[in-house]
Structure formats: structure tokens, C-alpha cells
Design a protein around this ligand. Structure first.
Ligand SMILES: [Zn+2]
Length: 241
């Protein structure tokens, strides 16, 4: 399997038989071969996770499919695209929190999509595909802000743990998890708890606002992550797993 870091929370994951693309909003798209299906996921509507440019790709990849969170307004956008000859109706679904959907891809395989509830906007995605399990958190994180009230941070912690409960003991091949330096000493909490709850093989930190220094700090504090945590350092970086 191959993972390309596109920037911020954007990743392209490639297996032998599919491309899964998450939260693209900027950067160069790597070469994508038209003979494997491409599924594009958007976790929520925020501008650092969603760029309407993704719908132009339908012209290049006619079999493309889109999975969008429920908070993204699509009606008008779809009408505008239809008027310009891009019919998104047959290839776009929206998912709500706690919803499970099964997508049938053009290669005949099934992709199971389970949407977790984000602690920010939209959803996180847990995917099952040909025996593999993948997870992209979107903005589902433990947003523990020093400046917030005790009540806020307690509610936040509770909400995050509730979602992690749904993943308890799960084997996950590849996960993408926020490691946001703005959270300062709490920046690693969400990732640490995720690693405690799940059995994750490879974890890619994201949502780092181009500051990758926290990865080293994290590895020093949790040396046991050495074989799991991938050192993301620049856009366009490719990892072969
Ligand atoms: Zn975000």
C-alpha cells in the first residue's frame, strides 16, 4: 500500500485495487491511474478540509465516487455542476454520524463506510475494504484548549472518549489522526487515546499547520510509537507500507 501526504489533513491512500483520497484542499494531486476506482472523502465543510475543485476530477476520472459528510451543502453545488456537464448525482453520497453505508465500486469490490461523530464538524471515517481497515479522523479530536472553561474541556473529553469506545479493540491498518500544535501540551492527547483504544499498525499525524516538530516530541515521549507513527515532513511525501 502507498500513502501520499498532500498537505494538512489531505492524504491519498492507494492499495492494489483502489485509491482513497481524504480531505483534499490544496497541493498537487499525484498521478492517478484510471484503471483503479477513486473514492474521494470529505469529513466536513471547513475550508481546510474541503475544496470544490474535487468535483472537476469527474471529467478526468469518470468512475470517481464521492463520500461527503452531512454538513456539506451540496444541492446548489450539484445543480451548478450539472449545468456545466458534470453530473454528480450517480456518484455522490452523504453520510450522517453513526451511519454505515456500503459502496459498490466499479471493480466489483465493496467498501464499507462507517461515520463516527466528530467533536468538531461533520464526521470521521472508518472504512473496511478487502480485509483492510482504514480510519481518517477529519476533525474528530480531543480539542482540549487551555483557554476554554473546565466545563468545555470536560464535555470535550467525554465526547471524544465516547467515539473512541466505538473503536475499542479494533485492528486498524492505517489511521490518520490530528496532531495539532495549537493545543500545546494537550496536542498529543487525542492521538495517545486513539492508540490506547485501538490496535493500529500505521498512524499518520495530520492537521499540523505545516509544523512537523511535534512528531519528534511525540516519539520521545512515547517511544513505543516508533514502529507505528510515520514521520510526515513535507507535502508530496510518499510512504510505502
Ligand atoms: Zn480542521
Amino acid at each position: 500500500m502507498k500513502v501520499t501526504y498532500l498537505g494538512h489533513s489531505g492524504f491519498l491512500l492507494e492499495t492494489d485495487t483502489v485509491y482513497l483520497l481524504f480531505d483534499y484542499y490544496t497541493g498537487a494531486l499525484p498521478e492517478i491511474s484510471a484503471d483503479k476506482p477513486l473514492v474521494v472523502f470529505v469529513s466536513h465543510s471547513h475550508a481546510d478540509h474541503y475544496n470544490r475543485e474535487i468535483f472537476q476530477w469527474k471529467l478526468r476520472y469518470p468512475d470517481i465516487q464521492y463520500v461527503l459528510a452531512h454538513d456539506i451543502p451540496v444541492k446548489r453545488m450539484m445543480e451548478e455542476h450539472k449545468a456545466r456537464g458534470i453530473d454528480l448525482d450517480p456518484c455522490l453520497i452523504q453520510v450522517r454520524k453513526r451511519e454505515t453505508r456500503e459502496l459498490r465500486l466499479c471493480n466489483g469490490s465493496a467498501l464499507i463506510v462507517y461515520a463516527l461523530r466528530s467533536t468538531d464538524a461533520g464526521v470521521a471515517y472508518l472504512l473496511e475494504y478487502e480485509g483492510h481497515v482504514f480510519y481518517h479522523a477529519g476533525d474528530l479530536n480531543l480539542w482540549y484548549w487551555e483557554g476554554e472553561s473546565k466545563q468545555y474541556n470536560e464535555n470535550m473529553t467525554r465526547a471524544y472518549l465516547k467515539e473512541m469506545e466505538t473503536l475499542k479493540g479494533r485492528k486498524i491498518d492505517i489511521a490518520f489522526i490530528p496532531l495539532d500544535p495549537r493545543l500545546q501540551e494537550h496536542a498529543m492527547d487525542g492521538l495517545r487515546i486513539f492508540m490506547e483504544y485501538t490496535k493500529t499498525e500505521a498512524v499518520f499525524p495530520m492537521h499540523m499547520w505545516n509544523d512537523y516538530s511535534l512528531i519528534d516530541t511525540c516519539l520521545k515521549r512515547f517511544p513505543e510509537y516508533k514502529k507505528h507513527l510515520r514521520s510526515v515532513s513535507h507535502e508530496g511525501q510518499v510512504f510505502v507500507l
